[in-house]
Design a protein around this ligand. Structure first.
Ligand SMILES: Nc1ncnc2c1ncn2[C@@H]1O[C@H](COP(=O)(O)OP(=O)(O)OP(=O)(O)O)[C@@H](O)[C@H]1O
Ligand SMILES: [Mg+2]
Length: 309
C-alpha cells in the first residue's frame, strides 16, 4: 500500500465513520487482497482473488476438503474490511431461497385472524442472502459455500442474478438491484460438475495442496512457536502418509493442524513420533486417517515390514 492509501485505510477502518462515507472512500482505495495474519495465501491465490474483483465476477474456488476454501472468503472479508454474508448450501437448498421466500401460510393464517399486517404483502417476504448482499450499506463479501451440494438446477437458476446483480420480486413488484456489487466467493468440493454457462461467469481457482514451506507457514499461524524439531518430524511424517500409495482419503491441512494440536497437548517430542516396522501407524492416527481401510493399510505395511511374521 502507498502512504496515501495507508492514511485512507486508517480513515476507513475508523469505527466512528458513518457507513456511507466509509463506502465512498473505499471506492477510491484500490482493494488488493494479500492474505492476512491468520491466513496464508500463495501468490496465485492472491492473484485469483484480485482478478475476480477486477472482473467483478464470482470467484469459484475448488480444492481438497480442508484446504482453506471457506476460510478464504472470511479472510477476504476481514482483510478488505467488508461485511461477510454466508450462504451455506445444502442438498435441499433452492436458488430462490437466496433471493427471497414468500410465506403464504403465515399470510393465510393472519387473514383468518383478521390481522392488519395481511394488507401489506412485504410483511411476508423473507430476504435471502443475495438480497442481503445486494442491499448491504457497503460492499459485502458473499460466500456461497459448497455449491456442489445442491442439485444441478441451483447454479443454472442463479445465472441471471449473478450476471446482472438484480432480481425481481413478483409479489411486491419491486426490483432489487445491487447498490455495490458484492465480492462473491463460491466454493465447491467437486461432488458434482457445474454447468458450462455457470463456469463462464466465474473466475476459477484451484487451491493446490500446500508445499512444505507453505504448510510450515500455515502451521506457524495456528501453533505459533511450535518447536522446530517437532514440526520437521511431524511434517515429514505427514507428507509420507499423504504419499502412501492406495490411501483412500488423504489427510489435508485441517487434519495436520488437528494432529499437531494433539501432539502439542500430549507434549510429544520429535523422538516420540519415530515409527519403526512394528509400529507403522502414526501416533494419534485418528486425526489423520479417517477410515478403517486406511488404518488397515498401515497395519499391513507394519506386518510386511516385520517380514510377515
Ligand atoms: N492457507 C491457510 N492459512 C491458514 N489456515 C488455513 C489455511 N488453509 C486452511 N487453513 C485452516 O484449515 C482449516 C480448514 O479450512 P476450511 O474450513 O476453510 O477448509 P475447506 O477447504 O472449506 O474445507 P471443506 O471443503 O471441508 O469445507 C481451518 O481451520 C483453516 O483455518
Ligand atoms: Mg468449507
Amino acid at each position: 500500500m502507498s502512504p496515501p492509501e495507508i492514511i485512507l485505510r486508517r480513515y476507513v477502518d475508523d469505527p466512528e465513520r458513518p457507513a456511507r462515507l466509509t463506502s465512498q472512500i473505499k471506492g477510491f482505495v484500490k482493494m488488493q487482497f494479500t492474505g492476512t495474519d491468520s491466513y496464508v495465501a500463495t501468490n496465485d491465490l492472491n492473484m485469483a482473488v484480485n482478478a475476480a474483483m477486477t472482473l467483478q465476477r464470482p470467484l469459484l474456488v475448488k480444492g481438497e476438503p480442508g484446504t482453506g476454501k471457506t476460510e478464504l472468503a472470511r479472510q477476504v472479508g476481514a482483510a478488505l474490511n467488508m461485511p461477510m454474508i454466508e450462504w451455506n448450501v445444502k442438498s435441499t437448498t433452492k436458488a430462490q431461497q437466496g433471493l427471497y421466500e414468500y410465506d403464504a401460510v403465515s399470510r393465510l393464517r393472519d387473514s383468518q385472524l383478521g390481522d392488519e399486517r395481511v394488507n401489506n404483502v412485504s410483511n411476508y417476504i423473507k430476504k435471502g442472502k443475495l438480497w442481503q448482499a445486494f442491499t448491504a450499506p457497503e460492499r459485502a463479501v458473499l460466500l456461497i459455500d459448497e455449491i456442489d451440494k445442491a442439485d444441478i438446477e441451483f447454479p443454472n437458476d442463479l445465472l441471471q442474478e449473478l450476471d446482472r446483480m438484480e432480481f425481481h420480486v413478483y409479489e411486491t413488484g419491486e426490483t432489487i438491484r445491487a447498490q455495490h456489487r458484492p465480492v462473491i466467493i463460491i466454493t465447491s468440493n467437486n461432488e458434482k460438475e457445474l454447468p458450462d454457462a455457470f463456469l463462464r461467469r466465474c473466475f476459477f481457482h484451484y487451491i493446490r495442496f500446500p508445499d512444505q514451506d507453505t504448510l510450515r507457514k500455515i502451521v506457524e499461524v495456528h501453533h505459533t512457536g511450535i518447536k522446530e524439531t517437532l514440526l520437521t518430524a511431524a511434517l515429514t511424517q505427514f507428507y509420507e502418509i499423504r504419499e502412501t500409495a492406495g490411501l483412500k482419503k488423504k489427510p489435508s491441512t485441517s487434519e495436520v493442524l488437528d494432529w499437531l494440536k494433539l501432539l502439542l497437548a500430549e507434549d510429544l517430542t520429535a523422538e516420540d513420533l519415530k515409527r519403526d516396522g512394528a509400529n507403522a501407524l502414526p501416533k494419534l492416527h485418528g486425526a489423520l486417517l479417517k477410515n478403517e481401510q486406511d488404518v488397515h493399510l498401515f497395519e499391513r505395511l507394519a506386518f510386511m515390514a516385520r517380514g510377515g511374521r
